[in-house]
Structure formats: C-alpha cells, structure tokens
Design a protein around this ligand. Structure first.
Ligand code: NAD
Length: 368
C-alpha cells in the first residue's frame, strides 16, 4: 500500500488526548499490516489563535489540500469565549469545511451490543443498529441568501433565511449516498418536506431522476422529515442510509446519535470532490466537542476519535480489513467490560483515556 499522507489537527481540550490514542493505533497498524503513512500535526482552533492570532492560518488551509485525508480532534472552550466571533476556535473548523467544499457529512449511528442498555430506547429496538445519515453540509438554509433581520414599514421586525438547493448540489450528495448504499444494504431513504416546501419538491424530483439514471439497483424510498424523526425513535432498524439536506440532517443526525447512548462513541466524516492526488477531500472527526469540563484528566472516551480514523481507512483508503479490525476491537473491549467514565455502568471496569486506547490495541494484537 502506498504511503498515505495524513494531516492531524488535534485542536483544543480533549482533542489532543484522543488524537494521541489514534497515533498509537496508526503506529501499531504500520508495524503489523500493509498500512503505511506519514503525518504532520498542525495547530487549529484556540491553540492556533493563542499562537498565531487566528483559528486557522492561511498556510494550514492551503496545505490541507495536499493531504490524502485530514483527522480533526475538536476545538473551542471557555478560554476563548470573549474572542470576536470570526476569530473563535469554531470559525477555524467552519472555514476548513467550507474552503475544502466538504459537502457530504457522514454520520453513522452504530449501537455496540455491550452498550445497547445505555440507549434511552428499549435495548431491543437498538440492538444491532447500524445506520448512516448523509447530511448535505455546504448549502441549504444555513448558507442561502437572502438572510437577515430587518425592520418592516410598520416598525416591527422580521428574521429570515432562505432554503435553496441547486440541481448539482442535490446530485453530488445523492451520489455519495448511492455509493454508500451500494457498499451496505442497498437501501436508501431520501428525506425532505415535499408536502410543504418547493425546495422539497425539487429535492425529491432530482433524487428520483438521478436514481433512474444512476441508482437503479438501489432500493430508494422517499420520506417526509417529520415522519423520519418519528420513525427513528419508533423503529430505527428499518433504515440503512438516509440522505437529506443540511437543516434536517442536523436535527436527524443528533436524534440518531442519542440512540447510541454516548457522544464519546460517535465518529463522522465530511467528504468533498477529488483532490489532484486522486483522493476525495475528506475530514474525519468525532461528533463531540472539546469537552473542557474533563480535558486533561484522562477521562475522555477515545472511541469516537478512533472510529473516525477507522472511517478514514474505509472511505478514503479503501482499507476495509483494518477498518473492520478496529471496529471489532472496539466491540471486544466493550464486551470485556472496559469503560471510560461517560459509558460507565455498574460492575464494569473504569479505564483512563490512555488505558482504553491501549486495550483497543491489545485486542487488535490478538487478531493481526
Ligand atoms: P462537548 O461535546 O464538548 O461536551 C458535551 C458533554 O459531553 C460534556 O459533558 C463532555 O464532558 C462530554 N463529552 C464529550 N465528548 C466526550 C468524550 N469523548 N468522552 C467523554 N465525555 C465526553 O460539547 P459542549 O460542552 O457543548 O462544547 C464544548 C466546546 O466544544 C465548545 O467550545 C463548543 O463550541 C465546542 N464544540 C466543538 C465541536 C467541534 O470541534 N467539532 C463540536 C461541538 C462543540
């Protein structure tokens, strides 16, 4: 396997702690398998602001295009609460996503057997759950123009955003969903509100046309977003891949996240078009933030970060073997009753961030 160039952006709070666990894992895989890599670590978020006065230096952004994939920790914290909005740590991440045009946000919701009791739903409903939400990330009403707050002639005010999607914006995110569905169970739900929104009617029309021309072998269902929210808590296992717009994806992916129990378990990927090196532009990151309340205490759960790396192996590098090995190792560590504090249950063994990271490597050691 050719050497993969990976950019590491650990960020703030627990970001560097959980990133350390992935670095140990990469080292281990390079020793034991054909995985070959080089990394560079750069500052982002509050750490970058403290040193350079900006949450994302221009040269880091320009450089980001030259890597085969990016692994991101988390940014932010109360230390930077007083900083002007455009220079806040989170602005660094938003700029990175925007400039790299990472339009497809993949949020898997997987329930590990040993944690099915941790879900707020009855464990029968979530045991074995494995679904993927593909959220459009760079368009829709979070970006649409016009937007604003304005005064009306009668002296009252109004606030407004514009939900707008172009045909290419819908097509490219749908293609990503097709690709994923083909690699999974060939089942795709496209979610919108075509019953009440013009943009929803348009979304459904474009997805249907693209399905006819490029996705015939995939089983496609259309669903209204409100029904989808209800179905996610009623019978989540009916879904495999869901594709939806930015706003509905924001809400539905958080809803699906709760099915799995803990924020510390959830990875994500944001994908764009291909780079000149032939790799799709891609940033992998845990769903959680920088968790300043537990930073530096060895309490952080590294699994979301480790599973983000596992997604990188699968989706950027086509390395299903190592990706599955990591997922199985996580499954086994949980079966062996090892836990960090956020997923601790009675009678289980509490481990630090570092020790849980090591126990995942110990598990991998048994199978590689
Ligand atoms: P958060 O995700 O950082 O934390 C929410 C709660 O979950 C906290 O109690 C935290 O201790 C816990 N938690 C989160 N990740 C965990 C892990 N891996 N292991 C164990 N427990 C974990 O969200 P927040 O508290 O709302 O935000 C804190 C900071 O992070 C803010 O500055 C926010 O803007 C930023 N943030 C960044 C990102 C990102 O970088 N992508 C995402 C969300 C929030």
């Amino acid at each position: 396997m050719s050497e993969k160039k990976i950019l590491l952006l650990p960020g703030d709070g627990i970001g560097p702690e959980v990133m350390n666990q992935v670095e140990k894992l990469m080292n281990f895989l390079a020793d034991r398998s054909s995985f070959s890599y080089s990394t560079e670590t750069k500052l982002v978020g509050g750490a970058s602001y403290d040193k350079h006065g900006t949450p994302l230096q221009d040269e880091v952004l320009t450089d980001a295009f030259n890597y085969d994939a990016i692994l991101f920790g988390a940014v932010g914290g109360p230390k930077w609460d007083g900083v002007e909005r455009t220079l806040r740590p989170e602005a660094g991440l938003l700029r990175l996503r925007k400039e790299l045009d990472l339009y497809a946000n993949l949020r898997p919701a997987v329930v590990f057997d040993a944690l099915s009791e941790a879900s707020t739903l009855n464990s029968e409903l979530v045991l074995g759950l494995d679904l993927m939400i593909v959220r459009e990330l760079t368009a829709g009403c979070y970006f649409g123009q016009p937007r604003g707050i304005e005064e009306l002639p009668d002296g009252t005010r109004r606030g407004f955003d514009t939900e707008v999607y172009t045909q290419p914006e819908i097509e490219r995110v749908t293609r990503v969903a097709f690709e994923l569905a083909r690699k999974r169970k060939n089942l795709l739900h496209s979610v919108e509100k075509s019953n009440v929104m013009e943009s929803g009617i348009f979304w459904r029309e474009i997805v249907t046309k693209l399905h006819e021309s490029e996705g015939k072998n995939i089983s496609l269902e259309h669903m209204y977003a409100d029904n989808c929210a209800m179905q996610l808590v009623r019978n989540p296992k009916q879904f495999d891949v869901i594709v939806t717009n930015n706003l509905f994806g924001d809400l539905l992916s958080d809803c699906a996240a709760m099915l799995t129990g803990s924020l510390g378990m959830l990875p994500s990927a944001s994908l764009g078009e291909n780079n000149s090196n032939g790799f799709r532009r891609a940033l992998y990151e845990p769903v959680h933030g920088s968790a300043p309340d537990i930073a530096g205490k060895g309490l952080a759960n590294p699994i979301a970060m480790i599973l983000s790396f596992s997604m990188m192996l699968r989706y950027s590098f086509g390395d299903k073997k190592n990706s599955s090995l990591i997922e199985n190792a996580v499954q086994n560590v949980l079966k062996n009753d090892f836990r960090t504090k956020d997923i601790m249950q009675n009678g289980k063994v509490l481990l630090s961030t570092d020790d849980l990271g090591d126990s995942i490597i110990d598990e991998l050691d048994k199978h590689t």
